[in-house]
Write a protein that binds this ligand. Structure first.
Ligand SMILES: CC(C)(COP(=O)(O)OP(=O)(O)OC[C@H]1O[C@@H](n2cnc3c(N)ncnc32)[C@H](O)[C@@H]1OP(=O)(O)O)[C@@H](O)C(=O)NCCC(=O)NCCS
Length: 346
């Protein structure tokens, strides 16, 4: 199969974003569910992620060696045996996910670091008919670029496999749609990307959020975010809609391991709409929704000390200031304190 000629830098950035966005959803899977095989002989989520680590290890060697040798001939690996020998089900789920994520962030770096001319050079000798996910005929030349793209396609295939298995596990949640008067909270729609990019591409918004919120914020970033939010199982991210347009975002990150009784709340709103009580209404509604739907005991939110508007929103919505986390973050080149707000329930 022939892949579209795509610039590897873009594929590498996509890989990094994909693993960073997938990690929280993976971590939301309970330890016992992560070790459960959906059917005899079918990999559990732990085994799938273990297999993806094996794939990263093998492809890492291929990507580096391909820059030092003329051909693309590499050893394969019997994937079932590798998974079995390493007993991935015995490894704690968070440790596996974090290893997978860290390795793939490095893979994205290795891909982007390879010289474009080396990546694009046609190699007559290769064994991609044996080792690639989407094989290349032995008689057609292959490129390192192709192998890199193939790696990311394979990774996404297995992420979808985990998401689909989880979706089948539980009754899907009903669509989110709450009319709060000042705004509507609803599920994302693929056509939200343009308005999200317009409102998110703002330094005053970015300055109050984590660095994984891109700046500048492109339509491509918005599309990735909307797609990931729609694909997540369960859905935990929602659009803040005013006048039919997505002008902000609100959601929770379900915590895992001993902190699985809680979730972190996050939100932003386009600057044109600040000061109208929109986020206070949204936080009130989504906090209640998250506590009930995910059966949580605790919701927390963290605001930079320089963000009194967010602190005020949280206080108005019933969150209590639990403390100031001294020098707990670096944002925009400044080491800063953060306010920890939380609400709990019996
Ligand atoms: C923080 C943010 C979500 C607030 O949204 P919003 O819809 O304007 O909030 P609301 O209108 O519901 O409430 C804002 C409150 O903060 C108050 N406020 C705003 N600026 C303030 C300031 N500089 N000092 C003190 N209070 C301030 C408002 O007066 C209002 O309180 P009031 O109703 O008692 O008068 C919005 O500014 C934003 O998206 N900022 C960038 C991203 C961000 O900070 N996200 C949160 C990360 S923790």
């Amino acid at each position: 199969m022939k892949l579209q000629p795509v610039i590897t830098e873009k594929v590498a950035a996509d890989l990094k974003r994909t693993v960073e966005q997938a990690a929280p959803s993976l971590l939301a899977i309970r330890e016992s569910d992560a070790a459960r095989q959906p059917a005899p002989g079918k990999w559990s989520p732990k085994e799938i992620v273990g297999h993806l680590i094996d794939s990263a290890v093998n492809n890492h060697l291929r990507f580096v060696r391909a820059q030092l040798q003329e051909d693309l001939v590499f050893p394969g690996y019997p994937q079932d045996e590798w998974v079995q020998l390493q007993q991935y089900n015995a490894i704690p789920w968070p440790a596996l996910v974090m290893l997978w994520k860290a390795f793939n962030v490095h893979m994205a770096h290795v891909m982007a670091a390879a010289s474009p001319s080396v990546r694009a050079r046609p190699r007559v000798r290769h064994n991609l008919h044996e080792i690639a996910f989407r094989t290349v005929s032995e008689t057609a030349p292959a490129t390192l670029e192709y192998l890199m793209q193939d790696y990311v396609i394979h990774l996404k295939h297995h992420l979808r496999q985990i998401a689909n298995a989880r979706a089948g596990d539980r009754a899907p949640l009903p669509a989110m749609l709450v009319d709060l008067g000042v705004c509507i909270i609803r599920d994302w729609r693929p056509d939200d990307a343009a308005s999200v990019a317009r409102h998110a591409n703002n330094r005053n918004v970015w300055r109050n959020l984590r660095d994984r919120f891109p700046h500048p914020y492109t339509e491509d970033d918005a599309r990735q975010f909307v797609d990931a939010s729609l694909a997540a199982q369960p859905r935990t991210n929602f659009a803040i809609d005013v006048g039919g347009e997505a002008v902000g975002s609100i959601g929770v990150i379900l915590q895992d391991d001993i902190e699985r009784v809680g979730a972190e709340l996050g939100y932003w709103l386009g600057e044109d709409y600040w000061g109208r009580g929109i986020t206070t209404a949204a936080v009130n509604a989504v906090a209640r929704y998250a506590l009930d739907t995910f059966d949580l005991k605790r919701l927390y939110a963290i605001a930079f000390v320089w963000n009194p508007a967010s602190a005020r929103v949280l206080e108005k919505a019933g969150f209590k200031l639990e403390g100031i986390m001294l020098k707990s973050a670096v944002k925009d080149g400044e080491v800063t304190d953060q306010c920890l707000y939380a609400m709990t329930r019996e």
